[in-house]
Design a protein around this ligand. Sequence first.
Ligand SMILES: [Zn+2]
Length: 234
Amino acid sequence: MTPPRSARLHAPFAVREAVVQVCHALSARRLIAGQDGNVSVRIDSDRLLVTPAGFSKALLDADDLVEVSMTGEQLSGRHRASSELALHLSAYAARPDIGAVVHAHPVTATAFTLVGEAVPDGVLAELMLTVGTVAVAPYVQPGTAELGRAVSPFFATHDVVLLAHHGAVALGRTLQEAHFAMESLEHGALMIHLARQLGSVVTLDSAACDALRAARRGARHDAAHGSRSQGDME
Ligand SMILES: [Zn+2]
């Protein structure tokens, strides 16, 4: 039986709490500052739960979150949806397989883009396994519909995209996966940055890189076919 519209317009409290916890963790790990960053999660085939515009994510409560349709129409919530809603919508449109999007401003990873670099691929095994190759989308002004359009092609082929001179976006099948990808991106970028202070960074040989990429593809294939890890939230 279809629930009444008023019930359908309210995401389960546990989902709201999970988004709030990710927001607080992003702040605690200094992946965002001030009113930076935004998080969304797919509630069902035509609705998202997204953080509101203009809030410190460190102070967010479950009832501050906003529900929007997949075309961006606000369905419920007392605040306006994130100014980066177009970025989130473009990710879900490009990737029907994903269930969550995390946008943050990770310091070290974003710093690579300020000098015209990507976070190097082929040097850190865990980064290759958990995040994959990191794309860099060219600069577009934050908070514009154009940003969503510009990043969309990168979402089709990458789970984590750096936004030049701005920040990063992580996509996940679950909220936890997107959150952990953002943390791992910054952790890996910091490690590579520190390694460069010690000497020249050595790239893994092609056989090792191929094996890591194959392992990532295999893990994602397994997850897509029903053997998800125990840690997944959804
Ligand atoms: Zn941003």
